[in-house]
Design a protein around this ligand. Structure first.
Ligand SMILES: NC(=O)c1ccc[n+]([C@@H]2O[C@H](COP(=O)([O-])OP(=O)(O)OC[C@H]3O[C@@H](n4cnc5c(N)ncnc54)[C@H](O)[C@@H]3O)[C@@H](O)[C@H]2O)c1
Length: 266
């Protein structure tokens, strides 16, 4: 068959210009480190300025990382920060979007204000960052967007009702955006991680002993590869490189668990 030879350098991020939201902590920070190691030019963004800047300054490798502040729930701030990042890098090839918040609340008692706040950051933030990135990626001839879903959006999550609803919305948005922007060669996927981060540790605070036990059996015990959450740099970083790189050029609209076999997505 007349196909091109396999491009073994497709996972190289050299010359790729990438925005990473949520860069101050957890998987956003690990993603900045992985991209700089893979040679990318990165702008890390977060609402937490000092910690975000620290992560970008400390990232080591053949690429570079610069910090810009953003609130992903705010239209003007997203558009302003993305425009500044594109100016700085001379264009955009990919967006990684881990920024999100988590809160403990039950389906019976979650308040309208808690619901709205989680939806503003997690769902509106995904729409705003993706829509703004798409504009630049389209004009560059294509690119990749990596969103962050969750097993919480796939199955009941009794201790985090509103959060689980936001992640279900991120999954639906990811499929729809991929279906819409495929014509522009813009790929949109979501990873569904089970990774040890400050968010994972905080999710265990403020819930009852009974909920904690249930959480353990639903989460750690259901992880086939070792019954433990993964490491952000070792287990998530390489997958983020793959999904931003040309090696994944024929993958879009997918929900991809990076969770040691905790969930199956059909
Ligand atoms: N940790 C897990 O196992 C797990 C499981 C499923 C899904 N997720 C998802 O993975 C992603 C990353 O999670 P993490 O565990 O690294 O979380 P984290 O809490 O360690 O990091 C989240 C980052 O987002 C930033 N952020 C919050 N609100 C913001 C806003 N309005 N604007 C800009 N930045 C903001 C925070 O300052 C923080 O730096 C999230 O989308 C989360 O829902 C995590």
């Amino acid at each position: 068959m007349g196909s091109d030879p396999v491009d073994t350098e497709a996972m190289d991020l050299k010359e790729k210009r990438i925005i990473v939201t949520g860069c101050a902590s957890g998987m956003g920070a690990a993603t900045v480190r992985a991209y700089v190691r893979a040679g990318a030019q990165v702008v890390g963004m977060d609402i937490s300025e000092a910690a975000g800047n620290e992560v970008c300054v400390a990232a080591e490798g053949s690429g570079t990382a610069t910090f810009l502040p953003v609130d992903v729930a705010d239209t003007d701030r997203v558009q302003g920060a993305f425009a500044a990042a594109v100016d700085l890098m001379g264009g955009l090839d990919a967006l990684a979007h881990p920024a999100a918040i988590h809160a403990a609340n039950s389906a019976s008692e979650v308040s309208a204000s808690a619901w709205d706040h989680l939806f503003a950051v997690n769902v509106r933030g995904t729409m705003l960052t993706n829509q703004t990135a798409h504009k630049y990626l389209k004009s560059a001839g294509g690119g990749a967007i990596v969103n962050f879903g969750s097993i919480s959006g796939q199955r009941p999550e009794p201790s985090a009702a509103a959060y689980s609803a936001t992640k279900g919305a991120v999954h639906a948005w990811t499929r729809t955006a991929a279906g819409t922007w495929g014509a522009d060669n813009v790929r949109v996927n979501a990873v569904l991680p089970a990774i040890r981060t400050p968010m994972f540790l905080a999710a265990k605070e403020g819930i009852s002993e009974e909920q904690l036990t249930e959480k353990y059996w639903r989460n750690e015990q259901s992880i086939a590869l070792g019954q433990e959450y993964g490491d952000p740099d070792r287990d998530l970083g390489p997958v983020m490189v793959f999904l931003a790189s040309d090696a994944s050029r024929f993958i879009t609209g997918q929900l991809i668990p990076v969770d040691g076999g905790q969930c199956n997505v059909r």
